[in-house]
Write a protein that binds this ligand. Structure first.
Ligand code: S3P
Length: 162
């Protein structure tokens, strides 16, 4: 079984992914972490500022390729993975779950977090959010509205439906 979690920055993909993997006794894979390992940088922000977003996206596609060949894992993607159809075709080898949340919720969760280069400017982040919403929905096998849910509730919801 392979579950792919997609959604905007702050939607809980990493936290939910780790707990879900534990419950299902599967490996938890974090795409950002893999991208970072493949680079010679110390953070995602560093890759963006020193190598540029295109380089980050190319590494992300390489990781998506690796993941397409893996079975039995819960994969937490980076929020921008949906911007390349190619990535999503590779990730469609698993059950895609969209962790949906309103911009207001995401913003609250990410207050004071400086690790996300694309969330530094609120207006730009909002535009990106509006642009991506339909794309997340297009690829999702299942959509979960997480606004009023705890991490545990989201995990339980996914477990009930797989
Ligand atoms: C990005 C989301 C980040 C990370 C990078 C770009 C995006 O991952 O991949 O900063 O384009 O939305 P998270 O969704 O885990 O924050």
């Amino acid at each position: 079984m392979k579950i792919i979690l997609i959604g905007f920055m702050g939607s809980g993909k990493t936290t939910v992914g780790r707990l879900l993997a534990k419950k299902l006794n599967l490996e938890a894979i974090e795409m950002d972490e893999m991208v970072l390992k493949m680079s010679d940088r110390r953070s995602v922000s560093e890759i963006f500022s020193l190598d540029g977003e295109k380089h980050f996206r190319d590494l992300e596609t390489k990781i998506a390729k690796k993941i397409s060949a893996i079975d039995n894992a819960v994969v937490s993607t980076g929020g921008g993975v949906v911007m390349r159809d190619k990535n999503m075709k590779l990730l469609k080898t698993g059950e895609i779950v969209f962790l949906k949340a309103s911009f207001r919720t995401l913003e609250k969760r990410l207050i004071g977090d400086n690790s996300r280069p694309l969330f530094k400017n609120r207006e730009k982040a909002k535009k990106l959010f509006n642009l991506r919403l339909k794309i997340y929905e297009k690829w999702a096998d299942k959509v979960i509205n997480t606004d009023k849910m705890t991490v545990n509730q989201v995990v339980t919801n996914i477990l009930k439906n797989i």
